[in-house]
Design a protein around this ligand. Structure first.
Ligand SMILES: [Fe+2]
Ligand SMILES: [Fe+2]
Length: 296
């Protein structure tokens, strides 16, 4: 289903600039509330900013893939922002590619848990000049029924775009440096899943592809698309436990979509945020040194 965003009067009167805040990787948990304070600060800043919409690009919860309590809590907290939030699943919400995380594969059971809270996988949202395609990256290219439905949603969104520019939002980066790279790493879509996604787009690549997952901010052009990585609101992972691909910081993004098809974004850092280093927060996921260097 394709929805049109109900725009505020301010957006209507400012040459149709639609402002969309992107938050990511909040990693919230009632039982391990280490990242709640950062979320409170960002939620307050979002209320001040008053964007037309918030898109959350996943890892909403600390361990929603296994804990209904974590998922319920994390999603309830998004509603406290007081602005419409599109929720996209991350690997900590619905599980991951089993080749990377055999303990927590994205499967029917985990997706059912997610869909008790978020009944829709993916969202298509039209704004002046643009079509926003918001997808759940962790089910892409799987044999889950919901993945087939999402594929069909993407195909329809492409074929009926009628000249609108496309912006894709998802949890994992589509690639590191090139669309045809063959490296397999849990940080990025695998080559197979990337090929599956690109086939759905049938040669019409989005102008903007914006994701989360790596907990680093990055902005670059690959294959003609602007690839933007949102930082986490929760934590970053210091060298050498995670290589530096971009800027290790915490915060969120503000996107400005113009009716003439142009787009800009900015990294928003907020005073008072704690730049948590996961190395020093073992209560979240244990001692990350056991992952080995570069393993995060
Ligand atoms: Fe994350
Ligand atoms: Fe993630």
């Amino acid at each position: 289903m394709i929805a049109s965003l109900c725009l505020s009067q301010s957006s209507e009167s400012q040459n149709m600039t639609v402002r969309i805040a992107q938050i990511s990787d909040t990693h919230l948990s009632a039982s391990k509330p280490v990242f709640e304070r950062n979320f409170d600060i960002i939620a307050e800043d979002l209320r001040r900013l008053a964007p037309d919409l918030v898109i959350h690009t996943g890892d909403i919860s600390l361990d929603g893939a296994d804990s209904d309590e974590d998922l319920s809590h994390a999603i309830r907290r998004q509603r406290e922002i007081g602005i419409d939030v599109v929720l996209l699943a991350g690997n900590h919400d619905v599980g991951d590619d089993p080749s990377f995380n055999p303990r927590q594969p994205a499967n029917t059971e985990r997706l059912a848990r997610w869909m008790r809270h978020v009944p829709q996988t993916g969202r298509i949202i039209d704004i002046p000049g643009w079509r926003l395609i918001c997808i759940d990256a962790l089910i892409l290219g799987t044999d889950l029924i919901e993945a087939n439905a999402q594929d069909e949603m993407i195909r329809t969104a492409i074929t009926s775009a009628a000249g609108r520019k496309l912006a894709l939002f998802l949890h994992k980066p589509v690639c590191d440096e090139a669309l045809d790279e063959t490296v397999r790493h849990s940080r990025f879509l695998t080559p197979q899943r990337r090929a599956h996604l690109l086939a759905l787009f049938a040669g019409t690549l989005p102008e903007v592809i914006s994701c989360g997952h790596v907990h680093q901010y990055r902005d670059g052009v690959i294959g003609g698309s602007r690839h933007i990585w949102a930082p986490a609101t929760s934590f970053m992972i210091s060298d050498p436990w995670q290589p530096g691909f971009g800027a290790k910081t915490v915060g969120y993004l503000e996107h400005a979509f113009e009716a003439d098809g142009t787009h800009t974004h900015r990294l928003v850092t907020v005073r008072g945020l704690s730049h948590h280093d996961l190395l020093h927060v073992p209560e979240a996921y244990g001692d990350i040194r056991r992952w080995g260097q570069g393993g995060a």
